[in-house]
Ligand binder design. Structure first.
Ligand code: GN1
Ligand code: MG
Length: 390
């Protein structure tokens, strides 16, 4: 089985004949789903979410109990030690569950943690004959996710969720976790990779490519800011989520409150600043990261205020003065970094992020760079939000 098989699936309806290509792929997916020890019979498997790295499916079961679970094929080109990803996930979720038993701060609210479901052989994953790495995670019923923030209340809940997540993990020493993705969110390393790729390729000359090249050059001296602060001992590594996009935050379908965070593949040692910057670049861009209208992308400071307010209500107690000092830089850095990652991948021929067309990563880079510019042009307003809420 390869990636293309699964990507092809997206374009097929669920009424497919057994003998067709999609039918065979579907049959294989049913077989993989059957490797996990869950109650009931698998009655449906369908593509789920829109991750850029792993392949994700929602499996439906014919049972009185839990009717769905999430099946994922881990991209082992990216996560080269997937068993360590599973180990980190287990350590972090067990820690969170222990903390929740004693938590007083969440009185009146609920927080749910996805469970890893075991395969029939008792392991937390199943490896196919072709080496593909699969895992199953419980589906949290009564929850939904959104790609963009809907309103100010949603924004506050998104911030609350990240603050809650950091709070619950604030006493888990990060050195208990493996570094499963070396260099992840270390901007100077992405700059080095960019230089290497650029030295090897001949980018086509278009106004968009020129814009991106200049954009990166102009900001590369500043882009070391967080790593310099680490080297100076001003910022400390903690346990982070690594990918706190808006669509990784579960919202209760009835109350509209945030009730959990999913996609725990990148839970590992890092700076909370990576998470804060990433959450804000995802949450405060109302057009979303996949928009075609990159020229009108902007950073919405009203949403930024609400996300930070929700975040700090749970995180203020463990943040230091230095942490607060670097908040603005993290808000500016993470969209720059993601734009740089997309642009580098475009130049390299789309080897990392899944794309639907050859120019997809270039379009994504333009969105993030435009967002960075919007943040830069509103620096005084963003700094004043931070001062007000700290
Ligand atoms: C990737 O696959 P997904 O959508 O969960 C990426 C994140 C990016 C994100 C941008 C391991 O996450 O860092 O912010 O795309 N994950 C990895 O949408 O590189
Ligand atoms: Mg992810």
């Amino acid at each position: 089985m390869n990636n293309t098989d699964y990507l092809t699936l997206i374009f097929f309806s669920h009424r497919i004949s057994e003998g067709s290509f999609a039918g065979k792929t579907m049959k294989k997916l049913f077989a993989v789903a059957g490797r996990f020890a869950v109650q009931g019979k698998v009655i449906d498997v369908r593509e789920f979410g829109n991750g850029n790295i792993n392949n994700t499916f929602l499996v439906s079961l014919d049972t009185e109990g839990e009717k769905h679970f999430v099946l994922q094929r881990i991209n082992t080109q990216v996560f080269q030690r997937p068993e360590l990803v599973m180990r980190n996930m287990r350590i972090a979720t067990e820690h969170i569950c222990r903390r929740l038993e004693y938590a007083s701060r969440i009185a009146g609210r609920c927080w749910k943690v996805p469970r890893v479901l075991l395969a029939h052989d008792g392991r937390d994953h199943w490896v196919g004959p072709d080496g593909s790495f699969w895992r199953a995670i419980s589906f949290i019923d009564g929850s939904q996710t959104f790609d963009t923030i809907n309103n100010i209340d949603h924004a506050r809940e998104v911030g609350y969720a990240l603050g809650m997540f950091h709070n619950l993990l604030s006493d888990l020493p990060p050195d208990r976790l493996a570094d499963t993705l070396e260099g992840f969110h270390i901007t100077p390393r992405y700059l080095r990779q960019f230089d290497e790729v650029l030295a090897k390729c001949r980018p086509g000359v278009s106004p968009e490519v020129n814009f991106c090249l200049k954009f990166v050059r102009k900001r590369s001296p500043w882009a070391h800011v967080l790593e310099d602060a680490v080297a100076e001992g001003r910022l400390l590594l903690r346990t982070i989520h690594g990918d706190p996009k808006v669509n990784n935050i579960l919202m209760d379908t009835v109350s509209g409150q945030a009730i959990g965070m999913v996609d725990l593949d990148t839970v590992k040692p890092g700076l909370v600043h990576y998470d804060i910057g990433d959450c804000l670049r995802s949450g405060c861009n109302p057009l979303g990261e996949e928009t075609e209208e990159w020229e009108t992308v902007h950073f919405e400071t009203g949403l930024c205020h609400a996300v930070l307010k929700g975040y700090l209500s749970m995180a203020r107690e463990f943040l230091t003065e230095d942490d607060i000092h670097y908040l603005y830089d993290s808000i500016r850095l993470l969209p720059f970094e993601l734009g740089l990652r997309f642009f580098t991948d475009y130049l390299e021929g789309n080897v990392y992020f899944r794309v639907r067309r050859p120019e997809h990563n270039l379009a994504r880079a333009l969105v993030q760079f435009r967002l960075t510019e919007s943040i830069e042009s509103q620096e005084p307003a963003i700094r004043s939000i931070i001062r007000e809420l700290r």
